[in-house]
Design a protein around this ligand. Structure first.
Ligand code: COI
Length: 356
């Protein structure tokens, strides 16, 4: 395939763009989508940008039966100068290939995938919302499309990118969320697929989340699947705790997602000389830190969630209220700096921004 040829079929669907201050997360989609096919004989081929539309897929396509699929999430931002820019997109593309490897999906050409994403975002640039805290969420994903019911890696795939103008992921916005610590169910285990961004991990998380949603919890906090003791992640974000002035985040262990925002938070903290450590941390240690007054702050970090302060953790019936359920200073500084860089309102000393 000529790596840089993407056929474009423009359209104007006449869809009405949503008001940017009324946006939810992930319910509205733009005019166009990117799609590219894979077959064992041709490799990745037939890259095209077409009007956003339903897919025509055989009901026996393997993705429906065995879940062989991966996805990513990144965002495009509207700058004060009217440009569109992406935040660390190469990290997402490196990660989709790590997920591909785990799920036996053929590798993508990362440079070409970035080129495709930029071209798609450029075409639907007018869909990038402008209100504070809004952005254009980019969802690249790969599905296995071979019509076959045997359990084996598919020989056909589609790589698709869709775009959705979004507001805050949690209805709380930048206000602290309540999280329930999950004791019964596990999300994944080391050696499983936890480090990959694959739909099954999210399907496995729904039951626990459903059980607490009516009690006002935004999400659940997952503990390790073996000892049920060590803190892992929330599912839509990685977690950080400020204990005695030091920021602690669970070390990557094979079942925790290697978040791009997580990595950016660690780099920012180091840049500011704020002590940060990646290590195992148990729920008991966190509880004790709360009891002796050394747990100062907690927050989650993710592309969709950005920086989301955690005001309450409920564990075995105990309500651990953190920082009086108010946004802490580290969360605030991280949120302001990250969004400042993402929206082009602040200098980017790290080279994280990629113009469209
Ligand atoms: C993201 O932050 O982009 C995620 O993938 C979380 C998502 C499942 C909403």
């Amino acid at each position: 395939m000529d790596n840089h040829s993407i056929k474009v079929n423009y359209c104007s669907t006449g869809k009405v763009k949503p008001k940017s201050d009324e946006l939810e997360f992930g319910r509205i989609f733009t005019d166009h989508m990117f799609i590219m096919d894979y077959s064992d004989s041709l490799g990745w081929h037939d890259a095209r940008i077409i009007p956003y539309q339903p897919l025509l897929i055989d009901p026996s396509a393997m993705v429906f039966h065995y879940g062989q699929s991966v996805f990513e999430g990144l965002k495009a931002y509207h700058t004060p100068e009217g440009d569109a820019q992406l935040f660390r997109p190469k990290k997402n593309l490196e990660r989709i290939n790590r997920s591909n490897d785990r799920l036996c999906i053929p590798e993508l050409d990362e440079e070409f995938a970035l080129h495709a994403i930029k071209q798609l975002v450029g075409i639907d640039k007018d869909w990038i919302p402008k209100a504070d805290g809004t952005s254009l969420y980019i969802r690249p994903f790969i599905i296995s499309t071979e019509a076959y019911l045997g359990v084996a890696p598919s020989r056909h795939y589609q790589f698709i990118v869709i775009l959705s103008p979004v507001g805050a992921y949690y209805k709380e916005g930048i206000n602290p969320v309540k999280i329930a610590v999950e004791n019964k169910y596990v999300r994944t285990v080391a050696g499983g697929t936890g480090e990959a961004k694959t739909g099954g991990n999210y399907a496995a998380s729904l039951k626990a989340q459903e059980l607490v949603a009516n009690s006002g919890y935004a999400q659940v906090l997952w503990l390790d699947g073996v000892e049920r003791e060590y803190i892992e992640e929330v599912g839509s974000m990685n977690v950080f705790f400020k204990i005695n002035g030091e920021i602690v985040t669970p070390a990557l262990n094979g079942s925790i997602l290697k978040g791009v925002t997580r990595d950016s938070v660690i780099e920012l903290l180091k840049h500011w000389d704020i002590p940060v450590v990646e290590r195992k941390i148990s729920m008991q240690e966190l509880y004790d830190a709360h009891e002796n007054g050394s747990l100062e702050e907690a927050f989650g970090a993710g592309t969709a969630a950005v920086i989301s302060p955690i005001g309450q953790l409920t564990w075995n019936g105990d309500h651990i209220i953190i920082n009086n359920a108010e946004t802490g200073s580290v969360s605030k500084k991280l949120y302001d700096t990250l969004t400042g860089i993402q929206y082009g309102k602040q200098e980017d000393p790290f080279g994280w921004i990629e113009k469209v």
